[in-house]
Write a protein that binds this ligand. Structure first.
Ligand code: GDP
Ligand code: MG
Length: 622
């Protein structure tokens, strides 16, 4: 399946030719019919003599509507460049050809149109002119077919040439990751929301779970059409209309991408390799241009990563900071424009880049490796950026699945790969991560020597890791014995709470005071005030299992608490139930302490209150 896209200057006969070839008028808007000019994309299809169907995307030639042309040209396999014989190469002929070059569409058939308007001599002249012009472009050597849509002359020859050229065109690869960049959204009575686009990267089938990015809205394909025919499966390289379940048209627009869930993430910062057109001005650092990729468009600030500018005709590295998030992936091609002219374009090399300082050492070398490096280098560099989903490695490095496996095995053999749960990362990233975690905890212990450790959540937010990654990092450090978990706290395995000599002495006095009348100890806040001990010390003693704090004001020495619990439990075993008064008599203490003890035991799920008495919970252990 193939998609052919028209290209060429306004009024050179693109739409007329599409109609002559297919019988379908691509100018579908009323305004287009009234003005006799294409404004937005038009769509048609054609059955070739060999029985194959091809789609045609007709684009506007007028310079004011270049952005619509850019939205249509994305998924095409072959350009049908239309040059009017009476006018020859014109500004948008050049601009469209430049855009085709930048977007990697190097296959074209040239229709030298309106030949009914010129003399044969003139035709020969224009033909060699066009040939000469194309020779300096990526479309060099494209076949040129003189045609007239008016008289029908040359149309058969044109179709034969299209068939021959398509026969040499490799079909769109099926990578199992369908992407449908939306170019139209509308409602069909009785069906609901329908979107159209040129499908790449994989198949779509009816009933499939889908996601729309940016935004991550989930949906399902309720029905698919290609060339107005219902199909169960749409293949990459076709024009597709999909009926999406449960989504309103106002949530969808040109530039959104329909895909399978879970891989394509919106981004606002990308690193890219760009080529500046020879006929354009230089690409200047910090300039703001429009960015076009797929059917999407947004403004972008250009950070030139080497020097202050990239000269006309030259290539270089840039970072693009997008004004709105777009669903982009590595390898996506794009075009940059001022309001009046195309400046250049290139390839997204890192779709989710960090913001770089321009002087960042090693940055350009790293990007170069990402773009062109040996598979193992590309993979190692990606993994050094952080943990990655194994299933996305191919996509992010631009390598075939088999090559990824081989490179991964070789890195693994060199001990370069670290597994974190179901994620993979490079040894270097892991070592840095490890240092960071341990350093954070070390600093925390230093600041809070009396605390058992750092609350798990605090460490997680300090590191800024997503939950799954954080869990895997902790698990790995615990497994290697450097990290320990105590309840909700994480600490360095070597960390223990130690009191200095003066503090240790005051703690001993506290425990002494508490032990003097063990079942009726003095008020804890009073003791703390007298001895100059703060909450942190008490918490540490509780952590260490030397103190049990029944409530705000009552604390017991641990051995006293254990003894009391044992005796209460024994009494309960004997009698089945006990009252506050019975427990009070057991210890010869006052009601205040007994209430504190029993409530604490309730909280510990040792006992349960039933009316005025306590009973044992089923499972009892002290
Ligand atoms: P587009 O802007 O490239 O799509 O050009 P259109 O298809 O809208 O054609 C522009 C004008 O040229 C229209 O008035 C057409 O009728 C006319 N036209 C297109 N093809 C031919 C042709 O082969 N011969 C002649 N004489 N006029 C043509
Ligand atoms: Mg037109």
């Amino acid at each position: 399946m193939y998609v052919i896209g028209t290209a060429g200057h306004v009024d050179h006969g693109k739409s007329t030719l599409v109609k002559a070839l297919t019988g379908i008028d691509p100018d579908r808007l009323r305004e287009e019919k009234e003005r006799g000019m294409t404004i937005d994309l038009g769509f048609a299809w054609l059955r070739l003599p060999d029985g194959r169907e091809v789609s045609l995307v007709d684009v506007p030639g007028h310079e004011r509507f270049i952005k619509n042309m850019l939205a249509g040209v994305g998924g095409i396999d072959l350009a049908l460049l239309v040059v009017a014989a009476d006018e020859g190469v014109m500004p948008q002929t050049r601009e469209h050809v430049a855009i085709l070059e930048l977007l990697g569409i190097h296959r074209a058939v040239v229709a030298l149109s309106k030949i009914d308007l010129v003399e044969p001599d003139w035709l020969d002249l224009v033909r060699s002119d066009v040939q000469e012009y194309l020779a300096r472009t990526a479309l060099a050597g494209a076949p040129i077919v003189p045609v007239s849509a008016l008289t029908g002359a040359g149309l058969d020859q044109l179709i034969q040439t299209l068939v021959a050229t398509l026969a040499e065109t490799p079909p769109r690869p099926d990578l199992g990751r369908p992407r449908l960049p939306i170019d139209r959204v509308f409602t069909v009575a009785g069906f609901g929301t329908v979107v159209t686009g040129t499908l790449t990267g994989g198949r779509l089938h009816v009933g499939q779970e889908l996601e729309v990015q940016p935004g991550g809205l989930r949906t399902r394909s309720r029905g698919i059409q290609t060339h107005r025919q219902k199909v169960e499966v749409a293949l990459p390289g076709t024009r597709v209309a999909v009926n999406l379940a449960g989504l309103a048209t106002e949530h969808l627009w040109r530039g959104h991408v329909v895909t399978v869930p879970g891989w394509l993430q919106p981004t606002t910062v990308v690193d890219a390799h760009v080529r500046v057109l020879a006929e354009a001005g230089p690409l200047v650092h910090n300039s703001v241009l429009s960015f076009h990729s797929g059917t999407a468009e947004t403004m972008a600030r250009v950070i030139v990563l080497e020097g202050e500018r990239i000269e006309p005709g030259a290539s270089g590295w840039i970072q693009l900071r997008l004004a709105a998030p777009l669903a982009l992936a590595r390898g996506d091609l794009f075009v940059l424009r001022t309001p009046n002219a195309t400046v250049g374009g290139g390839e997204v090399v890192d779709a989710h880049a960090r913001r770089h300082r321009r002087s960042e050492p090693g940055l350009l070398a790293r990007l170069e490796i990402l773009r062109r490096g040996a598979p193992t280098d590309r993979l190692r560099h990606l993994l050094e950026q952080g943990p990655q989903e194994p299933g996305l490695l191919g996509l992010q490095t631009g390598l075939e699945a088999e090559t990824v496996q081989r490179a991964l095995a070789s890195l693994q053999a060199q001990g370069e790969i670290v597994t974190l749960g179901d994620l993979l990362t490079a040894r270097r990233w892991w070592e840095q991560c490890r240092e960071r975690v341990l350093g954070t905890l070390r600093a925390y212990h230093q600041r809070h020597p009396l605390r058992a450790g750092m609350p798990r959540e605090e460490l997680k937010s300090r590191l800024g890791f997503p939950p799954r990654l954080f869990g895997a990092v902790v698990q790995r450090l615990v497994a290697e014995g450097t990290l320990a978990e105590t309840g909700p706290h994480l600490r360095l395995a070597e960390h223990t709470v130690r009191f200095g000599p003066d503090l240790a002495e005051r703690v001993e006095r506290l425990l002494g005071e508490l032990g003097r009348e063990p079942y009726a100890p003095p008020s804890l806040p009073d003791l703390m005030a007298t001895l100059g001990l703060d909450e942190e010390v008490i918490a540490a003693l509780v952590e260490q299992g030397r103190l049990v704090r029944l409530n705000e004001s009552v604390a017991l020495r641990s051995e006293v608490y254990r003894e009391m619990v044992e005796r209460v439990v024994a009494l309960l075993r004997e009698k089945g139930q006990v009252t506050v008064a019975e427990v009070r008599d057991l210890f010869g203490t006052s009601r205040k302490y007994v209430l504190a003890l029993l409530e604490y035991m309730d909280q510990q799920h040792l006992t349960r209150r039933v009316g005025d008495v306590r009973v044992l919970r089923e499972r009892v252990g002290v």
